[in-house]
Design a binder for this molecule. Sequence first.
Ligand code: SF4
Length: 235
Amino acid sequence: MPVKATIMLSEAVQVQVDLFSERIQHYRAQGLRIFASSSFQSHSIPMLHLVSQVDKSIPVVFLNTGFHFPETLVYRDQIAGQLGLSLLNIKSPVSKYGQRDAEGRFLYATDPDHCCYLNKTLPMEEVLLEYDVWINGVRRDQSSTRSGFSLESPGPHGVLRFHPMLDWNSRMIWEYSQYYELPQHPLEAQGYFSVGCAPCTRRLTDEQDSRGGRWAGMKKTECGLHTELVEKKSI
Ligand code: SF4
């Protein structure tokens, strides 16, 4: 993987790189089964690159809702190929025909919580039953609801959630991506700082709360995969 001679990795980034490597070795030494999940956005790439550097055999789950931007699917394949990832595309067991309300409208328009449940939480259940450690890329600075997350925390079905990107910020992600010359998601240049499903993603004019472009106008900030942590935090 090429590196840019003009960019140096800061101590803050190096600490996080070492932390990731140390935790994976620790889990492996305990014989734990590890997987990662990613929505394949620009800010996902350092974590995916770290997986590829430390242990390419770790499966990387992509929850294919069927509602992603075409650019995301192209980017996913580009990154997975470039980094040699063990990509697992997971889909909902419920057909799109069964994801409509009584009037025939897709649930993302009328009941997005249930749409996220069918397309994200439900298919993830099967995966969680097979593994002991779930690596995912949530960050404190993405939203106020994520600011209180911990590096490790208990997840569903006894899985241990590991959040290696928790203390990364935009500057660190930029620095790491520049250093390793990792490509950006094509929609980022158009103002999409957090890219999810197309019907639920809007352009943002600033990066203050990068997830503010998700489910704009709705009382919804999480897709369901991380909801139990948000609920624990607010108890
Ligand atoms: S983000 Fe929107 S389209 Fe995607 S699963 Fe959730 S509600 Fe459905």
